[in-house]
Design a protein around this ligand. Structure first.
Ligand code: RAM
Length: 348
């Protein structure tokens, strides 16, 4: 072959490889630094965007101190920043996401307060090559991967089973949820309704109210339920903010032992209600592990190590190996049940 043609072909091959790399799932929006020995990029700008700042659940999930998302990002040599608004609403969360994109985010790790409201912003980030990983609360139409805390079905059905046992399988119950738009709570509530229909014909779900992951609103909606339904036998609150507020309302001789409460709470916030008998059992996972896993998934994706195809696996540091399942979803593991016999062992 003539040398000029060979040089031209070589140049063509190099630019084709570069173009392919730019289109790969790992191509990221802003500039990124080097590459670690494990093949993961370093120096990535990763923004962790919880539903809201100031919610103890997300503080544990995200912080460096607790071993959450920022700890994982630090260990991987990335630049990790937690950002969001102070209310669990899209109007509070979207400006923080937009600011992160303007600052050159390579990856976003987002818990969606409202998936349809967030999707235009997340979709435009993805079009610019920013990796979008949801954790805790999904935005299925506009993300590369979702890191789920546990199977949504297991969370929803087990909460109903816990409450059914406490109220003797019959009577009126209600749900104190987070925001009406929250993907995670709505998925769990869907499975709660299925479980009630399938297994508990004598339990009647009389109302679902929304405390918006705001302590004051959660207290008010719980008080409203108790006034409206004087025969209420139980409440499920699948939100750490809601269950802590509902437990404080029920923590009086008028309700203790008469209205049962279960749901999802942090052991640190719920200890006092378990030790005085207001709450018998509730569930959660370690939020720090969830944040840590989501950070690894984001860095692996942004480094081109994951494409979201089912069956791919990767190592998330101290947590070990995980496999991508259907719907580009990675599951942390089964939820833990806390009772008076084990709660003192947990500190988060
Ligand atoms: C609240 C939030 C979060 C949820 C937990 C259980 O802190 O709504 O999204 O996963 O509760």
């Amino acid at each position: 072959m003539n040398p000029r043609r060979a040089a031209w072909l070589a140049a063509l091959a190099v630019s084709a490889v570069a173009a392919l790399a730019a289109c790969s799932p790992g191509a990221s929006g802003g500039s990124s630094g080097g590459s670690s020995s494990g093949g993961l990029k370093t120096g990535l700008k990763v923004y962790v965007v919880p539903k809201q700042l100031g919610n103890p659940y997300f503080t544990v999930a995200d912080s460096a101190k607790t071993g959450g998302a920022i700890a994982a990002l630090n260990a991987l040599g990335e630049s990790g920043t937690e950002t969001s608004g102070t209310a669990a609403t899209p109007s509070s969360q979207i400006p923080a996401i937009q600011a992160a994109i303007s600052k050159g985010a390579n990856a976003l790790v987002v818990s969606a307060s409202d998936s349809s409201a967030l999707c235009p912003t997340l979709t435009s980030a993805m079009r610019r090559g920013v990796t979008v990983v949801t954790y805790d609360s999904d935005a299925p139409a506009c993300r590369d991967l979702f890191v789920n805390q546990a199977s949504s079905k297991a969370i929803g059905t087990s909460e109903v089973d816990l409450l059914a046992k406490e109220i003797g399988d019959s009577g009126q119950i209600a749900i104190v949820s987070a925001a009406a738009s929250a993907t995670n709570q709505n998925a769990w509530i869907g499975y709660m309704k299925q479980e009630l229909k399938k297994k508990y014909p004598k339990i009647r779900l009389v109302s679902t109210v929304y405390g918006n992951d705001d302590p004051t609103t959660s207290t008010q909606v719980t008080q409203g339920l108790l006034e409206q339904y004087p025969h209420l036998k139980g409440i499920i609150s699948p939100t750490t903010v809601g269950i802590a507020a509902a437990a404080a309302v029920l923590d009086s001789p008028k309700y203790r032992g008469k209205v049962q409460l279960t749901g999802l709470g942090t052991p640190d916030e719920m200890k006092k209600f378990v030790s005085d008998g207001t709450v018998k059992a509730f569930e959660l996972w370690n939020p720090a592990d969830l944040g840590y896993l989501a950070a690894y998934a984001a860095v692996d994706y942004a480094s081109g190590k994951l494409s979201g195809a089912a069956g791919q696996s990767f190592t998330a540091g101290k947590l070990g190996r995980f496999t991508v399942g259907p719907d580009k979803t990675i599951v942390l593991g089964p939820p833990l049940v806390f009772t008076s016999s084990n709660i003192s062992k947990y500190h988060f």
